[in-house]
Design a protein around this ligand. Structure first.
Ligand SMILES: Nc1ncnc2c1ncn2[C@@H]1O[C@H](COP(=O)(O)OP(=O)(O)OP(=O)(O)O)[C@@H](O)[C@H]1O
Length: 258
């Protein structure tokens, strides 16, 4: 489904990602871990189409990935914006409205259908009881449920999650994991999820990618970018290897003292 061929990403002289190749099948659930600033979000943005590789290509079903986001790819960020003056239900409907019309309006039966679909999605993500409330009345977990409903109303095949649960309490995170796993299997989604938490990465999904630099030049810290240093099937690798990865991630997070 997705073929990533030798992609590089540079901002000026700063090499962020280098020489990444991978192939992902429909229905896979890939979690991405790596030190802060190593380029995980940048990678996700290239899948979304808001960033393009400096070199190399990403193919979706054999064709270059569209350079603008479309309904194939839904995204949920840790921080995202909602319309504060619209109800929870209207915030989900509006995602569909913007996709369908340039004017920003839907009328008659189309509007009714979008509302019914939004209500159903809010039910699926467990927010039915809040549908007529406003975003500032929602808890952090509820906001992420709303963001997921907004992404899903476009019926994406690929869901991109950029640390969607990073700010949530552990109990709420566990509920969200259940929700995502449920949506993944019921909607046959292909998921890419960035997380800071290796355990989360290894609990969810089918495949874990570790982003790290393969080579480092202490004199020129920006000369080399990160690649995928581990590509592991979830649930089939030894605890020692996970401990080793955990340790290398913590080392990469340490500030450098001169
Ligand atoms: N538009 C941009 N212009 C220049 N540099 C950028 C741009 N976007 C990101 N960067 C740089 O690219 C690097 C990777 O950023 P990115 O957000 O992808 O990292 P990350 O691994 O997702 O980090 P975190 O885990 O902290 O969210 C950072 O050094 C960042 O400053």
């Amino acid at each position: 489904m997705i073929e990533i061929n030798n992609i590089w990403k540079r901002y000026g002289d700063n090499v962020i990602l280098e020489n990444i190749s991978a192939s992902v099948k429909e229905g896979e659930f890939v979690t991405l871990v790596g030190a802060s600033g190593c380029g995980k979000s940048t990678f996700l943005k290239m899948l979304l189409g808001t960033e393009t590789p400096s070199q190399g290509s990403i193919l979706l079903d054999g064709k270059p990935i569209p350079s603008e986001p479309d309904a194939d790819r839904g995204v949920v960020f840790q921080q995202y914006s909602v319309f504060p003056h619209l109800s929870v239900l209207e915030n989900v409907v509006i995602a569909r409205v913007f996709e369908k019309t340039k004017s920003g309006f839907l009328w008659g039966s189309a509007k009714k259908a979008a509302k019914a679909e939004a209500a159903e999605l809010l039910n699926i993500v467990g927010l039915s009881h809040m549908q007529h409330r406003y975003p500032d009345e929602l808890s952090g977990g509820m906001r992420q449920r709303l963001a997921i409903a907004q992404a899903l109303i476009l019926k994406p095949r690929i869901l991109l999650l950029d640390e969607p649960f990073g700010a949530l309490d552990p109990g709420i995170r566990a509920d969200m994991h259940e929700l995502v796993l449920d949506l993944w299997s019921k909607h046959k989604l292909t998921i890419f999820m960035v997380t800071h938490d290796l355990k989360e990465g290894f609990h969810l999904g089918t495949r874990l990618w570790v982003f790290d630099k393969r080579r480092v030049d202490a004199q020129a810290p920006n000369a080399y970018g990160a690649g995928i240093t581990y590509d592991l099937p979830v649930g089939e690798c030894a605890q020692e290897l996970l401990d080793e990865i955990d340790e290398s991630l913590m080392e990469a997070e340490q500030p450098e003292y001169v």
